[in-house]
Design a binder for this molecule. Structure first.
Ligand SMILES: [Zn+2]
Length: 182
């Protein structure tokens, strides 16, 4: 028995090749989809425009999926929300074989697996609250409102050595050298 918010009864179109059916589903996500910084949280709503076509081997489900991802900015950790549109296309077989990953079970297909896969594949790795988010100040932990100040460039050690030589020449080195010329 399939028990999923994403499960759809297809009994009326099974074994009738050429049959087509379109459905609009609103699904409340029962368990978080996606790991990492952005995800569909439990309770998020997904709009699914589903098209079912009966083929000889099974039922082809194609769908446009829309919802709002929530999570955190990868730089400043502020809460963010981002619209997401994805697409799935999956053949549900009457019987499983090597080329068919999902089967029709108890006259139902379950869209959760393909939707989960699509979400995980298309999530941004480093979501930002804004393109120019300046992140957190490492000292105060507060969100920066301006870019970090450019660090003072370290003096190249080779120049530092040269500088030492020059100051020697200006001072002791000259006076020490002077007696040797006599
Ligand atoms: Zn941010």
């Amino acid at each position: 028995m399939v028990d999923s918010a994403f499960s759809v009864n297809v009994a009326t179109i099974m074994h009738k090749p050429g049959t087509m059916r379109e459905l609009e589903l609103d699904v409340v996500v029962p368990e978080r989809i996606g790991e990492g910084m952005l995800y569909f949280d439990r309770g998020a709503e997904l709009e699914i425009d589903l098209r079912l076509e009966t083929l000889v081997d099974g039922i082809l489900a194609t769908a446009d999926v829309h919802g709002t991802l929530t999570g955190q900015c990868s730089r400043c950790l502020d809460d963010i929300a981002q619209e997401w549109d994805g697409h799935i296309a999956e053949l549900y077989g009457y019987e499983l074989d090597e080329s068919i990953e999902y089967a029709i079970t108890d006259d139902r297909i379950d869209l959760e697996g393909p939707i989960r896969d699509a979400v995980v594949l298309e999530l941004p790795f480093q979501p930002l609250c804004a393109e120019d988010c300046y992140g957190l100040d490492p000292e105060t932990g507060e969100k920066r409102t301006a870019p970090a100040a450019e660090p003072t460039p370290e003096l190249d050690p080779r120049w530092a050595a040269l500088e030492g030589l020059l100051s020697n020449n200006d001072g002791d080195a000259l006076t020490d050298a002077a007696p040797e010329t006599k």
